[in-house]
Ligand binder design. Structure first.
Ligand SMILES: [Zn+2]
Length: 71
């Protein structure tokens, strides 16, 4: 089991990004699974799109939306 296959660079690796909490402006690290999406921070949940939830060090909950800009 020493032969490793080459892995194509995947676009599905999660990445950590720093965003500012919309309530208290603290930098918070969130893990997002979509590398190409533009991130929008919202202090509330909306009924569209893909998103992930985050919590800042002060305990505020907010939502990160993935926006795909169309070419
Ligand atoms: Zn906060």
């Amino acid at each position: 089991m020493s032969n490793e296959t080459e892995q194509p660079s995947s676009s599905e690796q999660p990445r950590d990004v720093e965003v500012a909490c919309p309530t208290c402006d603290r930098q918070t690290s969130v893990s997002v699974s979509d590398r190409r999406a533009e991130l929008r921070v919202r202090p509330y949940v909306a009924a569209f799109g893909e998103y992930t939830t985050a919590r800042c060090p002060d305990g505020h909950r907010f939502w990160i939306y993935y926006c795909h800009s169309s070419h």
